[in-house]
Ligand binder design. Structure first.
Ligand SMILES: [Zn+2]
Length: 132
C-alpha cells in the first residue's frame, strides 16, 4: 500500500466535514482530482474518464482512501474496542475501512479492483526481486 502513497497519490488533505481531497497521477502524465467521503463512499468522486459523473469507485478513489489516516476516519469515532495489540487494532481498522468500500462496490467493480490490486502486488514483488 506504500506504493500508492509514494508513487500515485501526490496529495491528500482533510476537509472540515470529514471528507478528503486528493490528487492522483494516472497511468500517463495526467493527474486526477479525487474527493473521498469515508462515511459515504458512494459520494466520492474522481474526474478520470471511468468515474467522472458516474457513481463509480475507481482505483484513484481507492488510492486516496488508502492514504487517509484511519484514526481520523469518521466511521471509527464511535468504535470503543479493546485490542490485544496495536498491530491488531491497525489491522481491524483497516479491515473496516476497506470493507465499507467493498460493500458499496458492485461485483464487477470488486473484480476489477481485485485484479488491479493483484497486478500492483505482483509489480511490487517483481521490483523488490530484481530492483528498479
Ligand atoms: Zn478515477
Amino acid at each position: 500500500m506504500e506504493y500508492y502513497k509514494q508513487n500515485k497519490v501526490s496529495s491528500c488533505t482533510a476537509n472540515d466535514d470529514g471528507t478528503y481531497e486528493g490528487v492522483v497521477s494516472g497511468s500517463s502524465d495526467e493527474s486526477y482530482s479525487v474527493h473521498v467521503d469515508m462515511e459515504h463512499p458512494r459520494k466520492s468522486t474522481c474526474n478520470c474518464p471511468l468515474a467522472n459523473c458516474k457513481k463509480v469507485i475507481c482505483k484513484h478513489i481507492v488510492a486516496v482512501s488508502l492514504c487517509v489516516d484511519v484514526s481520523e476516519a469518521e466511521c471509527f469515532k464511535n468504535e470503543k474496542t479493546l485490542y490485544a495489540s496495536e498491530e491488531e487494532e491497525r489491522r481491524t481498522k483497516k479491515y473496516y475501512k476497506y470493507m465499507s468500500y467493498a460493500k458499496c462496490m458492485s461485483q464487477r467493480e470488486l473484480r476489477e479492483a481485485y485484479v488491479e490490486l493483484m497486478i500492483e502486488l505482483e509489480e511490487i514483488r517483481l521490483k523488490e526481486k530484481y530492483g528498479k
